[in-house]
Design a protein around this ligand. Structure first.
Ligand code: UDP
Length: 414
């Protein structure tokens, strides 16, 4: 059997403190209409990366609404996840030639068949996240359930070969969900299309309010100097997150701000075999640099520590070149931390108004904006406040729950 992630229940009524009560009332009504419907999310890793983050907050809240919802994780060996990581990269515009290989295609299909045989099919609705499990409906003989494909990557300019390999599988779904309408490949025919951006949980240990002074002190426990300025990037170790670009930005800004510290806080996800090589390469690059620190889940940096970094730093960077959404942007803004981020994918959704002046397209521009914010903490604080309000209005869990349950309701009515 596929692994089911063990999660509890989290009180959704707490959101009444942050959001209009009508929204929570509406969720309760929707959930009452869906009472008895069994829902299951499927993805490829229980930890590391945005999807795992999202599901671990989302599912306990939906359970509190009285719904029956679970999370199953597919399995595979290093070879399978190398293939799926290449598909992920190619969907974001990377090289897609690998998919021509007969053995590659066979590897993807045979593992998908095994996963389809091993999954618990006792559900009415399956929500399949990203390309790794995308062939499950094809290989499963579950014809009664509704199948939703949830794409979390920026698929606006996919590599053609990789997309044409994946497309027939996606077309077997009842619905396909994207973060933005511009991510929908134009030749995708068949599934109902919906768009909904992800969201964060402000009550999780990653996002709950912590006093900034305490967080600055905690930096010392992590080996940093709380008296010196700090910039951070929190990301999987992944080419699209451009960690080497962040290191170069730090070195540019440090010329003007001596002693500036950089923390690269990264996770190594179970479905991402490239991340270990990237992690090692980053270490080689920065190990002799006394102002740069590398942290990861391998060294015990978890949700609470990410919260500490995002709360305590002076400026957060997310220098993505391609980005599906970038939960870390919402996470940092929620803590009123000023953000400088790549003008890519779903990031601009989170940085509207004045915040959009800090969307960047080059290392030089990134360095210039980071320096400006370090030199103008009053403006950084203003942006942080504006950011928090924007996230409150648009990117908290109840909105996502409403979007997803509404889609499920309408599919079940078909
Ligand atoms: N994350 C974490 N520890 C780390 C690095 C990242 O917990 O060391 C989390 C981060 O806080 C966020 C998620 O991983 O919740 C990354 O999601 P995002 O959407 O930004 O990027 P993705 O990994 O999905 O591409």
């Amino acid at each position: 059997m596929l692994h089911k992630v063990s999660l509890g229940v989290r009180d959704i009524s707490k959101y009444r403190l942050l959001l209009a009560g009508e929204l929570i009332d509406e969720l309760e009504r929707l959930a009452a209409e869906l009472k008895g419907v069994r829902i299951c999310h499927i993805n490829s890793t229980p930890f590391g990366g945005g999807v795992a983050e999202l599901l671990s907050s989302y599912i306990p809240l939906v359970r509190d609404l009285g719904l029956d919802i679970d999370w199953q994780v597919i399995y595979g060996d290093r070879r399978f996840f190398s293939i799926t990581k290449s598909i992920h990269n190619a969907l974001q515009g990377g090289d897609g030639r690998f998919i021509r290989g007969e053995e590659t295609q066979r590897g993807y299909k045979s593992q998908s068949l095994l996963n389809a045989q091993e999954m618990d099919r006792n559900y009415d609705v399956f929500i399949v996240n990203d390309p790794q499990p995308a062939a499950l409906p094809h290989f499963s003989d579950e014809a009664q359930a509704k199948w939703i494909w949830r794409c979390h990557v920026d698929s606006s300019e996919p590599n053609e070969e990789a997309w044409q390999f994946l497309r027939p599988y996606i077309e077997e779904f009842d619905a396909a969900v994207f973060t933005m309408s511009k991510f929908v490949p134009p030749d995708l025919m068949g599934p109902r299309i919906a768009t909904m951006p992800p969201a964060i949980d402000p009550f999780s240990s990653k996002n709950m309010p912590l006093p900034r002074t305490l967080c600055r002190e905690l930096l010392q426990n992590l080996g940093l100097d709380p008296k010196r300025p700090l910039i951070i990037q929190v990301s999987r170790f992944d080419q699209w997150k451009d960690p080497f670009g962040v290191i170069r930005v730090h070195r540019m800004v440090r010329q003007e701000v001596p002693g500036l510290q950089l923390a690269l806080v990264g996770s190594l996800a179970g479905d991402d075999p490239e991340s270990m090589d990237m992690y090692a390469a980053i270490h080689r690059e920065v190990d002799k640099d006394k102002d740069i620190y590398v942290f990861s889940n391998l060294t015990g940096v978890g949700n609470m520590e990410v919260n500490v970094f995002q709360t305590a730093c002076d400026v957060a960077i997310q220098k993505s070149i391609r980005e599906g959404f970038g939960l870390v942007v919402s996470e940092a803004l929620w803590k009123q931390t000023a953000m400088v981020a790549g003008n890519a994918g779903g990031i601009p959704l989170q940085m509207s108004g004045k915040l959009s002046q800090y969307l960047i397209s080059s290392e030089e521009e990134c360095a210039e904006k980071v320096l400006y914010l370090l030199q103008h903490p009053d403006i950084a604080a203003e942006l942080g406040q504006e950011g928090k309000e924007h996230i409150r209005q648009n990117f908290l869990m109840p909105r996502l729950i409403k979007d997803e349950l509404s889609l499920i309701k309408s599919l079940l009515q078909d």
